[in-house]
Design a protein around this ligand. Structure first.
Ligand code: KE4
Length: 426
């Protein structure tokens, strides 16, 4: 790591727990110390020591158009001239809601919040309030933010840092959370039988991206749609990562499933703090001020965040971004597989459009247990080797890589060349 990053990290450790404002950034999953970002533009980030990286983290998903696209920066600057925050209804909030509804037809009403965590936490409260039932089913390795009742066998940073069942959460707070393996219909059927008329809903990442990436087996999402409807439970798609990413209508659009509620974040903020949850109007109408389920937020619908999100969604709606991302994603995947082949390395790559991951294993990965069998020591070496070559990947084997519309074929080719060089020494 460069000298300035080392100095800054030393300072940060004095003032911020672990020196970071979110655990996964601390490089604990790969060893070493994080670099400090100086600036980001397009497909690249520069560290404080002037080193340039091709960025596949994309601030963990929001930067689908690349970093600091002109349309977003201009929109935020113009909005800032009108004021940073009102805490009063404003027209951009209507526009944002309309855009979400136009892109995701299952959403009839939507409420803005400030993070994916808030979106998932609130959606679960709405599901419990609407059904008057206590139990929620989630899947191990899926991450839905850090609300107490969801920090059970959670993925992402919780898994990376070895605390998928977090400290500080009394067992009573997770007593109504049923955790099952993903892609296992029998386990879901048994859970419904064991919790008759108790299950408010199932929440899942329709394409889990917080334990690496794994895909729903054929018919699995349809099965979840049917069994929740048959039991009077709600199907909640956590599309914080997949929303507006794997298609304009997220995973529900890609797989043709209509959930009852959906959670969003990341991309809809255009890089600013935004989350949202929405779905059938009759369900969303349980929310205060009309209904008995309380949920609130000082900065929800913040005008700067709305301006950034509106600019991002309007850009995504207007162009062929998703078709381009599919082409680029396939090119990168093919190149990485070829690189592994040349080095005789066991490699499984898994991808949904522009979100993907690689597992150093020769077995398919359908759930967390499979993901845990992959060679994490080899991933650590790969991560640092690629970093040295100027390619920044997520500093954890339990994350996804994200392509943006700003990545060029040259960036992909440079990445593949770097991978060929690094894989030779793994
Ligand atoms: P936030 O509260 O971090 O905005 O969103 C939580 C969340 C909810 N649902 C899904 C599917 C998510 O992926 C996330 C957050 N993703 C992680 C990265 N995989 C955020 C990065 C971090 O925690 O620093």
């Amino acid at each position: 790591m460069g000298n300035k990053s080392e100095e800054l990290f030393e300072q940060a450790l004095k003032h911020i727990p672990g020196g970071v404002n979110s655990p996964v950034r601390a490089f604990r999953g790969v060893g070493g110390q994080p670099f400090f970002a100086e600036r980001a533009q397009g497909a690249h980030v520069w560290d404080v020591d002037g080193k340039k990286y091709i960025d596949y983290v994309g601030t963990w998903g929001p930067a689908i158009l690349g970093h600091a696209p002109k349309v977003i920066i201009e929109a935020v600057k113009n909005a800032a001239d009108q004021g940073a925050s009102f805490g009063i209804p404003s027209e951009p909030e209507i526009r944002m809601a309309q855009l979400v509804k136009e892109c995701v037809p299952s959403v009839e009403k939507v409420r803005m919040v400030n993070s994916g965590t808030e979106a998932c936490m609130s959606a679960i409260r709405v599901a419990r309030g609407f059904t008057d039932r206590p139990k929620i089913i989630k899947f191990d390795g899926c991450y839905h933010g850090h609300a107490d009742s969801l920090l059970v066998k959670a993925g992402s940073g919780a898994l990376t840092c070895g605390n998928p069942d977090s400290g500080g959460v009394p067992s009573e707070f997770t007593a109504h959370t049923v955790v099952l393996p993903f892609n296992d219909p029998d386990a879901v059927e048994q859970a419904f039988a064991a919790n008759k008329d108790q299950v408010a809903g199932i929440i899942l990442e329709p394409v889990p991206g917080n334990a690496g990436v794994y895909l729903p087996k054929a018919g699995y999402l349809e099965f979840l749609r049917e069994i929740t409807a048959a039991n009077g439970s709600l199907l909640i798609f956590d599309e914080v990562m997949t929303g507006f990413r794997v298609s304009l209508a997220g995973a529900q659009g890609k797989f043709g499933i209509k959930p009852d509620l959906s959670c969003f974040g990341k991309i809809i903020g255009g890089g600013l703090p935004v989350g949202a949850f929405g779905g059938r109007a009759e369900i969303m109408d349980v929310l205060a001020p009309d209904g008995p389920v309380y949920q609130a937020g000082t900065l929800s619908g913040n005008p700067l965040a709305m301006a950034a999100g509106i600019a991002a969604l309007e850009e995504l709606r207007s162009g062929e971004v998703h078709a381009l991302l599919e082409t680029m994603g396939a090119r990168l995947e093919e190149g990485l597989n070829a690189a592994a082949e040349k080095s005789g390395l066991p490699l499984v790559t898994q991808r949904a459009g522009s979100m993907s991951c690689l597992f150093f294993t020769d077995q398919p990965v359908h759930n967390l247990a499979d993901a845990m069998k992959a060679d994490r020591e080899r991933f650590k070496k790969y991560f640092h080797g690629m970093l040295a070559e100027g390619v920044y990947l997520a500093p954890s084997a339990f994350e996804a890589a994200f392509l943006s519309a700003a990545h060029t074929p040259a960036d992909i080719d440079l990445t593949i060349e770097a991978a060929e060089k690094v894989m030779k020494n793994l």
